[in-house]
Design a protein. Structure first.
Length: 320
């Protein structure tokens, strides 16, 4: 039996200590407190693609926050064919077509790219990203995240955590909804970035971040964006500038099992890319995920594309 690597032991100890002190509950930041204590303007941004069935309720949960002075701007960046944009406008959001934002960078390449492009229209000193497909949303989804970031203090990023029920064939189990998280993201983060082992939902799409930080971060396109931002923010500002906020429960629709492979590949590739760049692994991730299709191997997920930090993009860096 060998002793544990002292550096690994130290990182895990740091992860445990952070999880104890930096895990907040959304009830600590009701809307009235956010409105009274915030020192920064706030934009809430929802990337959307065919979310007409849920986005109205999400926006209705945000409107009272704007009326109470807890947030300033509600933005939907849309790429839909089901009338999502019309629903969003009717519920008081600013709506922008994703393809019309930063068109010089070519076609929009998924969620992460939409988030990056939204920074060109989000005016807040704090940007809060929320998912548009959340069922039974509440004002606490934004208020709980915005509070610690928009107020005085060192916190520059707040990431959501929650319990994720799993619904299938009309039945709902209390947990089990985060399959890519548990089978891909968490094991790889523990192995390669153990300091982040205390992050309960590393793939959560709900975050609030100060503009001064996010403008310094690259953003991976597609599903890799959330874990990429987590790693990049930690590398820039460290755990002391980060918290996670318990939002209780988040329910959304689930992808079929066979559609999870491309998502898991993007997440794994993002973690491996950052680990390679930091010298934690020797080799870069593979360029594509191949899957059998009628006795052939066909690509079902392709290489990651990354947008430059906005601070550099303003000067034309990273142009196609």
């Amino acid at each position: 039996m060998t002793d544990r690597d002292p550096s690994l032991s130290s990182e895990l100890d740091e992860a445990r200590a952070w999880a104890r002190r930096a895990t907040l509950h959304h009830t600590a930041w009701p809307a009235a407190r956010v409105a009274a204590e915030r020192e920064r303007t706030v934009s809430v941004v929802l990337p959307a693609r065919d979310e007409a069935g849920t986005i109205g309720a999400v926006l209705d949960a945000l409107t009272p926050l704007r009326d109470a002075g807890a947030i300033d701007q509600i933005v939907v960046v849309d790429d839909s064919t089901d009338g999502t944009a019309d629903v969003a406008r009717s519920h008081g959001a600013e709506v922008y077509a994703q393809r019309e934002l930063r068109p010089e960078y070519g076609p929009v390449l998924g969620k992460g790219d939409a988030m990056w492009r939204s920074l060109s229209v989000a005016t807040g000193e704090v940007v809060c990203f929320l998912d548009a497909d959340t069922e039974n949303p509440g004002p606490h989804f934004a208020a709980g995240l915005v509070g610690p970031v928009a107020s005085a203090g060192p916190v520059q990023l707040a990431k959501a955590c929650y319990r994720r029920p799993f619904r299938v064939a009309g039945q709902t189990a209390p947990t089990g909804g985060g399959r890519v998280t548990e089978l891909t993201a968490r094991p790889l983060l523990n192995a390669l970035f153990p300091t982040l082992a205390g992050v309960r939902q590393p793939l959560a799409g709900e975050i609030a971040v100060r503009r001064e930080l996010i403008d310094r971060l690259p953003m991976l396109c597609g599903y890799a964006v959330d874990v990429g931002l987590l790693i990049d923010a930690w590398q820039v500002v460290g755990l002391d500038a980060m918290v996670q906020v318990d939002l209780d429960v988040r329910q959304n629709r689930h992808q079929a099992l066979e559609r999870l492979s491309p998502m898991a590949f993007e997440v794994a590739a993002a973690i491996l890319r950052r680990a390679h760049e930091g010298g934690r692994v020797a080799d870069p991730p593979p360029d594509a995920l191949l899957a059998p299709d009628d006795e052939r191997l066909e690509p079902v997920a392709r290489p990651l594309v990354e947008r430059p930090p906005l601070a550099l993009a303003r000067h034309g860096v990273g142009m196609p």
